[in-house]
Design a protein around this ligand. Structure first.
Ligand code: DX5
Ligand code: ZN
Length: 236
C-alpha cells in the first residue's frame, strides 16, 4: 500500500496550562499543530472531568486550524448538539458509550459536523465495521481513556492495521490517541494511522513563554512519523 496522505499532528490541550488556554492554543498552532484535540470527560464514562460545552465554546475563537472534539461521556446523544453549537469541526463518540452508535453518528451528522467513532483498547474492531460508510474518522485508543501521560498499549498496533484494511478506499481518517511520542509515532503510522493525537509529548518542557520547545516536539514527532511512512512504502 502506498501512503500519500499527509500525517496530521493533533496536540491534546489536556496537557496545556488550564489557566491559559487561548495562549496555549495559539502557541501550538504557531509551532505547527495541524488540529487542536479537545478531550471531554464526564467522571462517569472515564474517571476524570474536563470541559463542558461552555468551555469548548470559549476555545473556539482561539482555534484557527480545526477543532477536534473527543467525547468521553455517557450518555453522549443528549450533548451532541451543545458541542456542535460550541464550534466543534469534528465530534467523536465512543462505541462503548451507549447501545446505539449508529444513531449517535446520525445525530452528529445531523448537526452538519464531521463525525468520528472511537474504540477502547479492549473493544473489537468489529464494533466499527458497519458504520465505516457513515464516519469521517475512526479513533483507535492506544491507552485506556481518562488521563494523559500513560504508556502506549502495544496490542493496539494490530488493531490499527486491521482497521486500516477495513477502511480500504473510504475517505476516513485513522486517528490514534494515547502514549504517542517520537518512539511510537513511526509504529502507528506504519500500521496505517494518519492523525496522531499527542498531549504530554507535545507540551513537555515548553510553555507559552518558550513555545519553540512545542515546535521542536511537534517536528520530532512528525519526523519520526515520516519514518513509518517511508518504511511502509518499502523505500528502506
Ligand atoms: C486521554 C485522552 C488523550 C490524552 C493523550 O483520555 O483522550 O487525548 O490527552 O495524552 P498523552 O499523549 O499524554 O498520552
Ligand atoms: Zn483524546
Amino acid at each position: 500500500m502506498t501512503f500519500d496522505r499527509p500525517i496530521k499532528i493533533a496536540p491534546s490541550i489536556l496537557s496545556a496550562d488550564f489557566a491559559n488556554f487561548g495562549a496555549e492554543i495559539r502557541a501550538i498552532e504557531n509551532q505547527g499543530a495541524d488540529w487542536i484535540h479537545v478531550d471531554v470527560m464526564d467522571g462517569h464514562f472515564v474517571p476524570n472531568l474536563t470541559f463542558g460545552p461552555a468551555a469548548v465554546k470559549s476555545f473556539r475563537p482561539h482555534v484557527c486550524t480545526f477543532m477536534d472534539v473527543h467525547l468521553m461521556i455517557s450518555p453522549v446523544d443528549p450533548y451532541i448538539e451543545a458541542y456542535a453549537n460550541a464550534g466543534a469541526d469534528l465530534i467523536t463518540a465512543h462505541v462503548e458509550a451507549g447501545p446505539h452508535i449508529h444513531r449517535t453518528i446520525q445525530t452528529i451528522k445531523a448537526t452538519g459536523k464531521m463525525a468520528g467513532v472511537s474504540l477502547n483498547p479492549a473493544t473489537s474492531v468489529e464494533s466499527v465495521r458497519h458504520v465505516l460508510d457513515m464516519v469521517d474518522l475512526v479513533l483507535v485508543m492506544t491507552i485506556n481513556p481518562g488521563f494523559g501521560g500513560q504508556d502506549f498499549i502495544p496490542s493496539c498496533i494490530d488493531k490499527i492495521r486491521c482497521i486500516r484494511e477495513m477502511i480500504a478506499d473510504r475517505p476516513v481518517y485513522l486517528q490514534v490517541d494515547g502514549g504517542i511520542n517520537g518512539h511510537t509515532a513511526a509504529q502507528v503510522v506504519r500500521a496505517g494511522a494518519d492523525v496522531l493525537v499527542a498531549g504530554s509529548a507535545v507540551f513537555a518542557g515548553g510553555s507559552v513563554d518558550a513555545p519553540e520547545i512545542y515546535g521542536n516536539n511537534i517536528r520530532h514527532i512528525r519526523a519520526e512519523a515520516a519514518k513509518g511512512m517511508i518504511a511502509e512504502s518499502g523505500e528502506f
